[in-house]
Write a protein that binds this ligand. Structure first.
Ligand SMILES: Nc1ncnc2c1ncn2[C@@H]1O[C@H](COP(=O)(O)OP(=O)(O)OP(=O)(O)O)[C@@H](O)[C@H]1O
Ligand SMILES: [Mg+2]
Length: 256
């Protein structure tokens, strides 16, 4: 479905992605977990083809086609969608209008129901600062439902969402999967990540571990919570294990 091959990306001489490889299988949830600043949002921008996010090296294959040089619009036409870490801002448009922009299979009220917002209360609301961050986030997810996506990239869908509403968000994610979409779920919350069929751990621009959600999430909790860099002595203690776990995923076995 989606394959990234040896992606390198830097900004102002700062290496952000350093030979990243990953495959999101058809119809599965692929979680990426990593601490702040490891390149997760950058990766989302690169897959979506946002302006300024052209990889220096490497290729992006989607359903067998090389889309590395495709524009964001061309990618959107193929069914690739991105829900932002910070929700997009469509000032002045009503929620109803926003959710009617794309010709999906359902109705705006159904999309709102899915994300746990009462349509009677929200359809007529204007999208502006009067909506809370969590409400906007949910409306953003509702809009992803409205485009019948093939690949959904979710950049921290849980950020700004209170604990009581996390289940609604999880249900939305499962509903994407039920509808046959593949999901790239970016998060730094290991509980959220463990919804994945596979979880990968991104550290300073490469995937250092990939596998079953329980194992990877546990590793993340144990070694990454208060890690500041791979040079952290705690990581170095585990460097051998880490390198072994790379299994050539990134083609890079050491940072020294
Ligand atoms: N335009 C830029 N100029 C310089 N550095 C940048 C630029 N864009 C991103 N970076 C740096 O690249 C790194 C990766 O950023 P990115 O937003 O991808 O991280 P992230 O994993 O999504 O973090 P978070 O969990 O905080 O959202 C960060 O160190 C960030 O400061
Ligand atoms: Mg981010």
């Amino acid at each position: 479905m989606l394959e990234l091959k040896n992606i390198f990306y830097s900004v102002d001489n700062k290496d952000i992605l350093e030979g990243l490889n990953l495959t999101v299988p058809d119809g599965e949830i692929y979680s990426i977990i990593g601490v702040n600043g490891t390149g997760k949002t950058t990766l989302a921008g690169i897959i979506m083809g946002l302006e300024g996010y052209k990889p220096d090296k490497g290729s992006i294959i989607f359903n067998g086609s090389d889309i590395t040089d495709y524009s964001v619009t061309e990618r959107a036409k193929l069914g690739i969608t991105l829900a932002w870490q910070i929700p997009a801002f469509f000032e002045g448009v009503t929620v109803y209008e926003y959710l009617s922009l794309k010709d999906g299979n359902g109705k705006p009220e159904d999309y709102l129901d899915f994300v746990g917002l009462n349509p009677d209360k929200y359809l007529g609301r204007i999208i502006d600062e009067s909506l809370s961050g969590g409400e906007r986030k949910r409306i953003e997810l509702a809009s992803v439902l409205s485009v019948n996506p093939k690949l959904v990239i979710l950049d921290e869908p849980d950020s700004g969402i209170d604990m009581a509403s996390i289940d609604a968000i999880r249900n939305v994610i499962f509903s994407f999967k039920k509808a046959g979409a593949s999901i790239l779920l970016i998060t730094h919350n290991e509980v959220m990540a463990s919804m994945g069929d596979v979880v990968s751990l991104l550290c300073e621009g490469i995937i250092i571990k990939q596998g079953n959600p329980y194992e990877v999430s546990n590793y993340f909790k144990t070694y990454c919570y208060d890690c500041t860099s791979m040079d952290d002595p705690k990581c170095e203690d585990n460097e051998e294990a880490m390198i072994a776990s790379v299994d050539n995923l990134s083609g890079k076995t050491t940072r020294k």
